[in-house]
Ligand binder design. Sequence first.
Ligand code: ADP
Length: 299
Amino acid sequence: NIVVVGSLNMDVVNRVGKHPLPGETIKGKGTDYIPGGKGANQAVAAARANASVRMVGAVGTDGFGKQLLTSLNRDGIDTTNVFVKDGTSGLAFITVNDQGENNIILSEGANGALSTADIQSISDTLCADAVLVQNEIPLETTYETIRSAYGKAARIYYNPAPAHPISKEILQMVDVLVLNETEASVVLNKVFTTHKEYVDAAKELVLLGAKSVILTLGPEGSIFVNENQSVRVPAFQVSAVDTTAAGDTFIGAFASIYAGENAMESLKFASAASAITVTRSGAQISIPTRQEIEEFLKH
Ligand code: ADP
């Protein structure tokens, strides 16, 4: 079973031809309300890949709160540990252009109220095969989750997104650190360009204490590094429509099948899942089921 501790957002998605410049007003091509948030997206990705998933997080007392819970329940996700906080739910204002590139403004709402005390009150539930956590809740809550899951969860996954530097103490408790290029640059305070530099960055993070590191490189694929091995899997070639939730799909799908030895197989499965996600618009609605992933891998 997988426990995801993280954000739940309602994504307000506007489609545009091109992104507006500062001071510019443009006409949109339509608006959709789509459940998102890195935490909830990763939970949905794991659940659709057939894992048994529990969500820990917070929604507001606004109308979106109930909608967010209902939508997770439809994927069979247990939401008994999602707290309801006075005020608005997390909102993400997303603009996607014709090239599938997105700009995002986050209004954290209830996600910002998920406290270290909340985590302490549910710490028993962190006895799981995998605990997944990101940076869309207060940093001290993320750190409390990692400290509290340490020794309880078989594997702790940390996706430091949005990017923030990581203390050595926290890094050493992480079993699988998953980052994209931007996050790796912030965490190591360096800029990378070549494939070798990416591999070196992942190796450096392992030397700093993470048990294993996955770097996702968009259409360039992904790299897995631990003490014993370094594995690279290219991305599947697809035509990208909207990259929202690509990384989240990757993490949820990976965590649903990774058991410590099968890094290569898990990377391929996660790459297939996220390749499907980028061919569809939106966050949670674009995440594929296990059956869709297996079909995709046959071709
Ligand atoms: P994030 O969404 O966190 O920025 P990435 O952009 O690195 O993460 O994407 C995560 C994974 O999704 C990649 O490792 C790759 O497997 C897949 N992916 C992303 N963009 C594409 C694309 N254009 N074509 C195929 N696969 C993609």
